[in-house]
Design a protein around this ligand. Structure first.
Ligand code: SAM
Length: 266
């Protein structure tokens, strides 16, 4: 049987497969996502992929092209601007499902028929309305702590708990939510593995999921200094501003108004 272009792209982690539709991902993010997909398709012949936050369909395209992906679910509330914990909000012009599907059809033809879309916040989606149980959920919607917690709570309800995976993009932005999620899952006695992949992917494997054992992921995990440094360096600006002279004065006032800032305990 002839192998599909997507198969060789996945085997070699060739990020050229993302070229047709622009994705809001670094090259390293793309490689990590391909490595997760490769591992998943080795395990499951007809897997279901769900993502929260699709924009133009950039992160959706490798799954739509993949014949081993039986169903691709896209949940996107399609606001014109998106709240973000680093800034006030980020504008999203021409943000529509129709536009996304037009772009994906140019890339994948009839394979777009496997896409099921919900123009809503995940919290408003009835889990029973999903066509199948997702093996992999990617959370890349609103980049705030509250939204990440809410999106995860939805994914936890719907993901294949026996061996599913939930991955967050931009873990360096929504990390307070990740800290809480991991602590709560451990306290609940949930069998999980949590790790980071370059550049900013935070991955939670449930139950029997064995993505971490695939060769491509093991290689990335061995070099996990890269995502660690990426995350810290992305915060450098905030640390520099926080410790600057004018801010030292502002901080004294801030601490008078907010006497108990959120404590962090190791
Ligand atoms: C960072 S973009 C997604 C990028 C896409 N995953 C990619 O790699 O190209 C964020 C998307 O989240 C969507 N979004 C914003 N708030 C949302 C919410 N509350 N629920 C679901 N999606 C939301 C936006 O419409 C936008 O399309």
């Amino acid at each position: 049987m002839m192998s599909e272009p997507i198969e060789s792209a996945l085997r070699t982690l060739d990020i050229g497969i993302f070229a047709p539709i622009s994705a809001q991902l670094t090259d390293a993010d793309k490689r990590s996502l391909l490595a997760i997909q490769q591992s998943l398709r080795e395990q499951y012949a007809g897997y279901t992929y769900l993502e929260i936050g699709s924009h133009l369909g950039g992160s959706l395209q490798p799954h739509v092209l993949d014949s081993r992906c039986a169903t691709a679910i896209s949940i996107d509330a399609r606001p014109v601007s998106v709240a973000d914990d680093r800034v006030d909000s980020v504008p999203y012009p021409r943000n529509s499902t129709e536009h996304m599907l037009t772009l994906l059809r140019e890339v994948a033809g009839d394979r777009v028929n496997k896409i099921v879309t919900f123009d809503a916040d995940a919290a408003a989606v009835d889990p029973a309305a999903l066509p199948s149980v997702p093996h992999l959920c990617l959370i890349d919607g609103e980049h705030t702590e509250g939204a990440a917690l809410s999106d995860f709570s939805f994914c936890k309800k719907v993901v294949r708990r026996k061996g599913g995976v939930v991955a967050f993009h931009d873990g360096n932005i929504i990390f307070p939510a990740l800290d809480r999620i991991v602590r709560e899952l451990r306290a609940e006695g949930e069998q999980i593995r949590a790790y980071v992949l370059p550049s900013t992917l935070f991955v939670i494997e449930f139950g029997e999921a064995r993505v971490h054992q695939s060769e491509a992921i093991r290689e990335l995990l061995l070099n996990n200094g890269e995502p660690y440094l990426y995350g810290l360096m992305s915060m450098l600006h905030y640390r520099d501003v926080y410790s600057s002279r004018p801010m030292q004065f502002m901080r004294r006032i801030w601490h008078m108004i907010n006497p108990s800032p959120r404590p962090w305990r190791p």
